[in-house]
Design a binder for this molecule. Sequence first.
Ligand code: GUN
Length: 293
Amino acid sequence: MQLIDGKATAAQIKAEIAEEVKQIVENGGKRPHLAAILVGHDGGSETYVRNKVLACEACGFKSTLIRFEDNVSEEELLAKVDELNRDEDVDGFIVQLPLPRHISEQKVIEAIDYRKDVDGFHPINVGRLSIGLPCYISATPNGMLELLRRYGIETSGKHCVVLGRSNIVGKPMATLMMQKAYPGDCTVTVCHSRTKNLKEICRTADILIAAMGQPNFVTADMVKEGAVVLDVGTTRVPNPAMKSGFKLTGDVKFDEVAPKCSFITPVPGGVGPMTICSLMRNTLLAGKKAIYG
Ligand code: GUN
């Protein structure tokens, strides 16, 4: 069994990006600039956004954090999105999700100029992904693809089972794993809360992507000997023994599943660190106007 070290891989990629940014700036080019909008004070969102700002520093990017209180109106938020769309210094930006209930996330996502949508959530980017055109790919699936690539894991002709059908992880991951490319060329099955025989399907997986957000859901009896297992789960399970008061817990029961795997990602330190790293790669592409000119 080989552990996939997302933390080390992410650090290496950030160093590669920082080197490229240094070259760009030395040659008189523009330093990439990422802006992030954060609404409210949700603990998870605060941590994610703080880590995104820190990652920008590590990569040599300029970053701008724009904060609103929970009671911001949809109109006010949309006005800020419009301002960032028109700000020539901003190469890409994100609106951290979830948003308060009185604001339509879909409306906000669709208001973002798809050419600055480094999250890859806009329908134009999602649509282009599904037909194999250059686009911003959402961070978590893209991070997993990069891990498969860097660990040289074979994917062609394999059966990939994706657990979870979310718009930002399950669906794009399934699309990417079936595309005519490496990583890709898989036969893909997507399982979800209504799937029958889920255990049996998982047992046929050469590559199992666990992204349903249910801690310790995948047990040893659901995994084939020699399978590759990627764990997207990051549920905060209360644990008084931890300084933070919670333990970040994956969707896979790691201790019993790991011995059966050829490759597996741990939680924390697997897929998680790669997610922010993918956002940095998209920001670099945005800075270089590499996708949409
Ligand atoms: N909330 C959880 N994950 C993400 C993400 O990748 N981007 C944004 N904007 N919000 C999130």
